[in-house]
Design a protein around this ligand. Structure first.
Ligand code: PAF
Length: 282
């Protein structure tokens, strides 16, 4: 495994791979890797000759500077894990490498990027599209792997890929959970022991809501999830919506679509740590 810091060096390596008709998988990450990332890398290694894992905490997708500063970083531990997983290249550029000039491009994919995360984190998806488009242009992967925990992110990136005609396949990978159900997230590392104990109620409530949804309306199910979590100490739902899995627009009945997902964001603890999760109802 090689650790590469510049686009130029990475391109040189990948050009050689392409000459040998090697397929290239990309796993874009912001580091602080966990088993969720490991599942993406494992899949890429299985499906491609070469796997590039980018490790870059992208400043343009943070609308909160404190969140950017406290985002966990540990490149050494990340590289140890990636070596074990047989990644081919770790691309870990500095900010100046990815943004030699401020990125003034504006990506806009309504309605998928203006609801939920888009509404509560203005500019977030613009930043995600800025960095992901730069990574796609630099690496030109055949396949790119994203975790379904960031369900909306995948929908926005699909729109960008269609828009810019990137010749690659987006490969969504299932959420990986702790044994008790908590969705794996780099942010879990920031939870205190008590917050971690409470955080499990997010996934637990989503799982229960699936049974609940069998004999309740969409709006009752929305209310059930929000109320069940909000009565718990240290947890506050920022939003919970039940949406069509493609358009990400709220649905009002279970019959409205064949593809229905509940997406939630919860603040946990005093700092607070922002945790997201989702569940498929149909
Ligand atoms: O999902 C993430 O970790 C980030 O949003 C991504 C896709 C690596 C872009 O910075």
């Amino acid at each position: 495994m090689e650790i590469i810091k510049t686009i130029r060096q990475l391109r040189q390596k990948l050009d050689v791979d392409r000459l040998s008709s090697h397929s290239i998988g990309l796993v874009p990450t912001m580091g602080a890797l966990h088993e969720g990332h490991a599942s993406l890398v494992t899949r890429s290694v299985q499906e491609n000759d070469v796997t590039v894992v980018s490790v870059f905490v992208n400043p343009t997708q943070f609308n909160d500077q404190k969140d950017l500063q406290t985002y966990p970083r540990n490149l050494d531990a990340d590289c140890t894990l990636l070596e074990r997983l047989n990644a081919t290249y770790v691309f870990a550029p500095e900010v100046e490498e990815m943004y030699p000039e401020p990125d003034t491009r504006h990506f806009s994919y309504p309605p998928v990027d203006i609801v939920m995360e888009g509404a509560f984190r203005p500019g977030h998806f613009n930043g995600v599209c800025q960095i992901v488009s730069k990574l796609f242009a630099a690496i030109m992967p055949d396949r790119a792997y994203f975790g379904e925990k960031d369900f909306q992110q995948i929908a926005v990136i699909r729109k960008m890929v269609d828009d810019l005609k990137f010749p690659l396949q987006i490969c969504p990978c299932p959420i990986v959970r702790e044994q008790d159900g908590l969705a794996l997230s780099s942010r879990n590392a920031l939870l205190s022991a008590e917050e971690r104990r409470l955080a499990v109620n997010i996934s637990r409530t989503l799982f229960i809501s699936k049974d609940y949804s069998a004999n309740h309306t969409v709006s009752q199910t929305r209310q059930f999830v929000t109320d069940t979590i909000n009565v718990l100490p240290s947890l506050e739902v920022q939003y919970f919506d039940i949406v069509d899995g493609k358009s990400l627009q709220s649905v009002s009945s279970w019959e409205e679509s064949e593809d229905i997902v509940g997406c939630i964001t919860v603040f946990c603890g005093k700092k607070p740590i922002r945790l997201i999760d989702n569940i498929r109802y149909k």
